[in-house]
Design a protein around this ligand. Structure first.
Ligand code: ADP
Length: 483
């Protein structure tokens, strides 16, 4: 077995055993760069998921009693395993996801960073001693692991989305059942292999692949699961919240966004363009924090559109594994069809395509990086998450109009704005109803800060000093009779 084979598992990990689906059924996994089938993974169902949950529940009884230092050491070993294997893991990721290899390596770097952060945080899950209003009593608060955690993750960041869930869950003392997206299961299964390399006890991390709705139904219905942590669409998030209600599970939801990127007249245009290119085109526009709407003030509008179109036209599109490629293919044909539909709707309502606008000459699911000027709120693109390399530019007149436009959405994940006026920087930050705000900054994700949305973008926060709270329950102990 080569290192890559060791990490690219094509069976599920349940209770420390690598196993096929009970009936041997499999799902094909394709490379979006050329549509070729690169392997298969088990099409597991209810029975396999139940066994994974039971394995996690049984492992939890021992794992919850490990010391914080022991769990920190396991996470440091996991961090080392990711770092040592970063090239192989990045290659696996690009082969099933399509993003440029440099971005895949960046994602693995972030995975390692989250794991290291939570290795450090494991030892800081302090409790409290509350001054008692009664004589002879001590009031103590401790924090305990919530229990078996189900982690359901998407295809756009198949590795780093797991690091923000598995890292804090393990740090807290929880055990985990992972259900990766069907488009990118190898990166999810790799977490099982990495956990083995890092010496995790059997059953602490389990990975099942297969039909999302079947596995999701068991993960949400089974009373042994105490926590659902999900990253994906708002639509599926709502289903999971409903399903989890019957057994009153804790939920963390990182859902869709509709990020505005506001450029005020007083912005430094060079910085704004630099930030725009990252905030829009990273992962071909397929991230939940990707700019969905550029809102640009009258005075700087034409210059900004011109510069954005030029930079967009210069992006190198191609196979993620080819040197120097900046934009890979979209994940699948449905993603391309959606982008085409949104562009046609915008063009039909007065949008002016200034760059791109169509499928790329490379064929398959490659798409031209696109800029559409004269965008308006009547267009579907104003409300829908694009999830593709398309930049619609809206024009505005003053600060109040920009804020109103920015907040005119049920979503509230990331937003960005560029200004060189300090007063405006604070004023506008205060008014934007979003969980994440980038001021003169187009790439804000870091393991040391919280990540989470408001409104229909989600519940809870990942990363930073707060991320571990999602996996800990408070327990209050009143110790009386001390006088
Ligand atoms: P995306 O648009 O990123 O594909 P989805 O919300 O469709 O977002 O998928 C995110 C994750 O949720 C994937 O792992 C997918 O397989 C899973 N998923 C989709 N539908 C369901 C469902 N009904 N129950 C549980 N998980 C689901």
């Amino acid at each position: 077995m080569t290192e890559t084979d060791l990490l690219r598992r094509n069976v599920n990990l349940i209770g420390g055993q690598w196993v096929a689906a009970d009936d041997g059924a499999t799902l094909d996994v394709t490379n979006p760069a050329d549509g070729a089938v690169i392997g298969t993974v088990p099409k597991s169902g209810t029975a396999e998921t139940r066994r994974a949950i039971e394995a996690a529940a049984s492992a939890f009884e021992t794992f919850r009693k490990t010391t914080a230092a022991e769990r920190a050491d396991m996470l440091f070993a996991l961090y080392e395993a990711i770092r040592t294997n970063v090239d192989d893991l990045a290659f696996i990721l690009t082969s099933e996801q399509g993003k440029p290899l440099a971005e895949a390596k960046g994602e693995l770097g972030l995975s390692a960073a989250y794991v290291r952060w939570f290795a450090e945080e494991a030892r800081r899950a302090y409790g409290d001693l509350i001054p008692s209003p009664f004589k002879g009593r001590k009031l103590m608060v401790t924090r305990e692991p919530v229990g078996v955690t189900a982690a359901i993750t998407p295809w756009n960041f198949p590795s780093s989305m797991l690091s923000r869930k598995v890292g804090p869950a393990i740090a807290a003392g929880c055990t985990v059942v992972i259900k990766p997206a069907s488009q990118t299961p190898f990166s999810g299964l790799a977490w099982g292999a990495l956990a083995e390399l890092a010496g995790f006890p059997p059953g602490v991390i389990n990975v099942v692949t297969g039909s999302a709705s079947v596995i999701g139904a068991e993960l949400t219905a089974n009373p042994l699961v105490r926590k659902i942590t999900f990253t994906g669409s708002t639509e599926v998030g709502k289903i999971l919240i409903r399903q989890a209600a019957d057994t009153v599970k804790r939920v963390s939801m990182e859902l869709g966004g509709n990020a505005p990127f506001i450029v005020f007249d007083d912005a430094d245009i060079d910085r704004a363009i630099e930030g725009a290119m990252i905030a829009k085109y990273r992962n071909a526009g397929q991230t939940c924090v990707c700019t969905n709407r550029f809102l640009v003030q009258d005075g700087i509008h034409d210059a900004f559109v011109d510069r954005l179109a030029r930079a967009t036209g210069e992006l190198r599109v191609g196979r993620g594994t080819d040197e120097g490629v900046q934009q890979g293919p979209l994940i699948d044909e449905a993603a391309v069809a959606k982008v085409e539909e949104l562009i046609a709707d915008a063009a039909g309502k007065g949008g002016r395509i200034v760059e791109g606008g169509a499928r790329h000459a490379l064929g398959g699911t490659y798409f031209q990086p696109t800029v559409i000027a004269e965008a308006t709120t009547a267009m579907e693109i104003a409300q829908e998450e694009i999830f593709g390399p398309v930049s619609p530019v809206f024009r505005f007149n003053d600060e109040a109009e920009a804020i109103a436009l920015a907040n005119d959405t049920p979503f509230g994940l990331a937003c960005y704005f560029y200004t060189s006026d300090l007063g405006r920087a604070f004023r506008v930050s205060d008014e934007l109803r979003y969980g994440l705000v980038g001021v003169n900054d187009g790439f804000i994700t870091t393991e040391v800060a919280p990540f989470g949305g408001v409104k229909e973008s989600g519940i809870g926060s990942e990363g930073g000093p707060y991320g571990i709270d999602e996996y800990l329950d408070l327990k209050y102990i009143s110790l009386g009779g001390l006088d």
